[in-house]
Design a protein around this ligand. Structure first.
Ligand SMILES: C[S@@+](CC[C@H](N)C(=O)[O-])C[C@H]1O[C@@H](n2cnc3c(N)ncnc32)[C@H](O)[C@@H]1O
Length: 247
């Protein structure tokens, strides 16, 4: 299938950056939302949203995009026996993506959804609301801090949605990705580009990791228009270094 060039790989892309400061502060009332990811879940997810403890208390478009992609394209390969180590989600907010894939996939071991302390109760509430306590564990993982002992250092899968928005946190996020990404890890990473600083993060990340824009999502053209981009991130290998050197 022929695909148009995404704005992310377009050299003019920096001119598309929106001026919106992000994530925007919204006075959204607390409540519970019912989510099926466009029918990908037959048993809907109930998500409590509450912004009183931080921006992670609501659902973000990059999270919706990533959950839809993972459920549509990777539910079977993420499920089951081949995965030796529990998946880890970072910057999970209320747990939108991790809970969504936990509902739609059969992991061999529970997925860890992680965020900072202020999000902990919301993650726990959402796990309970969906009776996913055997499949999902909530933990505190502050970027840039040593990984908690129970979080696997090199999981097969890492999930990160809408984690690029606060410039002082960029080096911390990179450091946590360095700690987590092992030789067999793939990190599914979805971000919404809101300002020029976000491109600086991507530049640093491309230096540190093998980052590939994901091309097998038929919905990409739609979300690319909203400056949402999906990447896989892997540890650099001698092969990926050589390929880069010849580019
Ligand atoms: C925009 S929200 C995205 C939430 C969720 N992933 C989604 O897509 O709906 C970004 C999340 O990153 C978390 N975060 C920001 N800085 C962090 C840090 N230094 N360590 C851990 N998490 C952090 C925030 O608490 C917040 O929940």
């Amino acid at each position: 299938m022929e695909r148009s060039v995404s704005p992310e790989s377009n050299p003019d892309a920096p001119f598309n950056v929106s001026n919106t400061l992000a994530p925007p502060r919204v006075n959204k009332a607390a409540g519970t939302t019912n989510v099926t990811f466009d029918g990908l879940l037959s048993d809907p997810l109930l998500l409590k949203e509450d912004l009183k403890n931080g921006c992670g208390g609501q659902l973000w478009p990059a999270g919706m995009t990533l959950a839809r992609y993972l459920l549509a394209q990777h539910a079977s390969d993420m499920s089951g026996k081949t995965m030796s180590v529990s998946p880890v989600e970072i910057g999970a907010g209320g747990g939108l993506v991790g809970l969504g894939v936990a509902r739609g996939c059969e992991f061999a071991s529970p997925i860890h959804i992680t965020d900072q302390l202020p999000m902990f109760d919301l993650m726990q509430d959402n796990i309970q609301l969906n009776q996913l306590g055997t499949k999902v564990k909530a933990s505190i993982l502050d970027w840039g801090e040593p990984l908690p002992a129970h979080i696997p250092a090199n999981p097969d899968i890492i999930i990160a949605a809408d984690c690029v928005y606060f410039e002082p946190a960029f080096p911390l996020l990179l450091s946590t990705l360095q700690d987590l990404i092992g030789p067999n890890t793939v990190c599914y990473f979805c971000y919404k580009r809101r300002r020029r600083a976000d491109l600086r993060f991507m530049k640093m990340a491309k230096k540190a990791f093998d980052m590939q824009e994901i091309r097998d999502d038929p919905n990409a053209t739609t979300y690319n228009r909203e400056n949402i981009f999906l990447y896989s991130i892997r540890r650099k290998t001698p092969k990926s270094n050589n390929e880069l050197a010849t580019k």
